[in-house]
Design a protein around this ligand. Sequence first.
Ligand code: URA
Length: 233
Amino acid sequence: MNKYIASCGTASRRGADEIISAGRVKVNGKVVTGLGTTIETGNDTVTVDGVKIVPVSKFTYIMLYKPKGCITSVRDDRGRKTVYDYIDVQVPHLVPVGRLDYDTEGLLIMTNDGDLVHRLAHPSGEVPKTYSVRAEGQFPEHILAKLRKGVEIDGVLTRRSKVKLLEQGEKEARLSVTITEGRNRQVRRMFEAVERNVVFLKRVAIGELKLGGLARGGWRYLHDDEVEYLKSL
Ligand code: URA
């Protein structure tokens, strides 16, 4: 119990014992004064003076609204902007989870939690990623069906995807596309495979995690429940 409270940054382990003995700690709504009580992180709710406490993560998790015109890597031989130019805090070993093209904007997660990077970035992973797409041309049902069923990229069919036509204009259309793979330039190349040119591409969600109202080029720390969600994917 004192170890748990210390891991939340509330007190030292000795300080935690005093807090517990004073009857200020509740576990799942009940006052607990036994110093030997074991806490199961994630299952038990612990409060001190009525305020919920959670362990401080040793990792940093950031959501960036990557603008177009920068690359998703640490540095560039050609001196182009990188996503690091937009994160104005010094966090060691912060890396992007997956990539967005130079010309693509939207939701990018950055973290120094190597396990999470590995799990989420793996190309065989099933995590759905949703894109807002603007593309030239007409999108009759048979073109949408092809995109949904899978098209060939480098001789390999893309997995089934969700494609919604949101608006069909005279020259351009607006669509929502959800894919469960992360092949290189996948959305653009899927559209090329049906002879359509993408003119705007923005990732709006990774699973249930949405970009929301973040400003282009802005970033924020992920909330604990968002981190838990990503770990559960
Ligand atoms: N699909 C693309 O074409 N580009 C991206 O950056 C992401 C998905």
